[in-house]
Design a protein. Structure first.
Length: 136
């Protein structure tokens, strides 16, 4: 018996998603040229088909009820999954430029020392000026 590793499984999943997204090109093109009413119809038909493909019973009823109060958690998850895939496969919004986030984790002691230092100045700008003067 052959064992499938998680990396092999993830590769197969990624490859399949790439191929499926490529196969969705005509739907993406149709979405771009569609009127708002046609876009709504495309999304509704996508959602119904996706929910049925997930094995959801009574997909039309569940879709019409939506995610409001009283909706079952598993139905909400199914709707979210279908909606996310529609956005990824059909809408394909423009990618936003990723900007690196600079995060620093400070220990309690270092944070306390920094706060005590800042408390000696009227503004952060003044504290930075002082630090730059010392660093020269």
């Amino acid at each position: 018996m052959t064992t499938l590793t998680i990396q092999q499984f993830a590769f197969n999943l990624g490859e399949t998603r790439r191929k499926v997204r490529s196969a969705a090109d005509p739907f993406h093109a149709a979405y771009l040229e569609a009127t708002p009413e046609q876009r709504k119809d495309l999304r509704t038909r996508w959602m119904l088909g996706h929910l049925e493909g997930q094995g959801v019973k009574n997909a039309e009823r569940i879709l019409s009820e939506g995610k409001g109060a009283g909706a079952k958690p598993e139905n909400i998850k199914a709707i979210d999954c279908a909606s996310s895939d529609f956005r990824y496969m059909v809408i394909r919004p423009d990618a936003k430029a990723a900007t690196p986030v600079k995060q620093m984790r400070l220990s309690r002691d270092v944070r306390a020392a920094a706060e005590a230092y800042l408390a000696q100045f009227d503004s952060v700008a003044d504290a930075i000026k002082a630090l730059k003067a010392v660093a020269k």
